[in-house]
Unconditional design. Structure first.
Length: 326
């Protein structure tokens, strides 16, 4: 593998696509998110307490070290902003950890799953995405079909496949886009397609207009191909046995999907800029954009930044630097 290929794989693993190759990876990912959200909220509270507790010290330090005093106000606003954003996720993460601990203590996994299923509440409209390849059943070519997301405890909706479009129908708490990544990995494995050749390319939650345009174009081209009795759009066909296997794998995933439903569904685009000529000239810069940034990588980055900010506050309190006038 070339250096370029390795960098592409690293970028996809860390930024674009979650590691949801199987149910175990999916569960590990949800656990990490359940830990990160409460940690973000807790660190934001610690930052607010530190700034308010030693506010006079930090104002004096900034004034005597030629640092803008508004930096302290910015830090306070930053911690308050992160805390308000992560509040819902912190509560959801604690619920996930509570149910996991309860399962270890009680040992009755089915009863815990029923409690989790009852706590999800009413179903809502789920997310939608578009794939680069169309998918259809071999016994019903050209027709949409559905896959059940169900285990012995109950249903978590259905995955509707209509050509290039995937919809999570009757999803609890809005569903999750990561389910689609899991689906594409399983389809690629069952059809012996390389995982890079089947991917999500549009997300309704990020850019609904682009998704609708892409789906409409794909439908028109597929309809034209059907009238000409040819395959005008790259298509994968799944047999009835493969669809049944997909539903079996979804059943194994259902406990993790219930846990993920307690967490907020944050979707982001990403953009990275590297100025060649620094500000204020800044007339030349390199830029790279991603249509979707994996929630785990973005939350991990936020946790790293706020951890560094809190650590610096603690360091200055414990080891005050020398400044003129002291």
């Amino acid at each position: 593998m070339s250096t370029h290929d390795r960098s592409i794989d690293l970028g996809r693993a860390l930024v674009r696509e979650p590691d949801v190759g199987d149910a175990r990876h999916y569960a590990r990912r949800v656990l990490l998110l359940a830990l990160i959200h409460p940690a973000l909220f807790a660190l934001s509270l610690v930052g607010i307490v530190l700034v308010l507790w030693r506010g006079r010290f930090f104002v004096t330090l900034s004034q005597r070290s030629n640092v803008e005093t508004l930096t302290i106000a910015f830090l306070l606003l930053f911690f308050a902003y992160i805390g308000s954003l992560s509040l819902r996720g912190a509560w959801g993460g604690l619920r996930v950890l509570y149910y996991r601990l309860l399962r270890r203590l009680v040992g009755d996994g089915a009863r815990i799953e029923r409690r989790k299923n009852g706590a999800l509440g009413a179903v809502t409209k789920g997310p939608s995405v578009a794939l680069n390849l169309a998918i259809e059943r071999s016994d019903r070519p050209g027709e949409p079909f559905e896959l059940e997301l169900r285990d012995d405890v109950g249903s978590l909706g259905r995955l509707r496949v209509d050509g290039v479009r995937l919809d999570h129908v009757d999803a609890p708490r809005g569903g999750s886009n990561d389910l689609f990544s899991f689906f594409t990995r399983q389809v690629a494995e069952l059809t012996a397609v390389h995982p890079d050749d089947l991917a999500v390319v549009q997300w309704m939650s990020i850019d609904d207009e682009s998704l609708l345009q892409f789906v409409a174009t794909a439908k028109a081209i597929r309809a034209l191909g059907s009238s000409l009795q040819t395959t005008a759009w790259p298509t994968l066909q799944l047999s009835a046995a493969q669809c049944a296997e997909l539903e079996r794998r979804f059943a194994v995933l259902c406990p993790t999907l219930r846990e993920e439903a307690f967490l907020p569904r944050w979707e982001f685009q990403g953009e990275h800029k590297l100025p060649i000529i620094p500000e204020p000239l800044g007339i030349i810069s390199l830029k790279r954009s991603e249509r979707r940034v994996d929630a785990l990588s973005s939350m991990t980055a936020a946790l790293l930044i706020i951890s560094i900010a809190v650590a610096l506050l603690v360091f200055f309190i414990v080891r005050p630097p020398w400044v003129p006038g002291r």
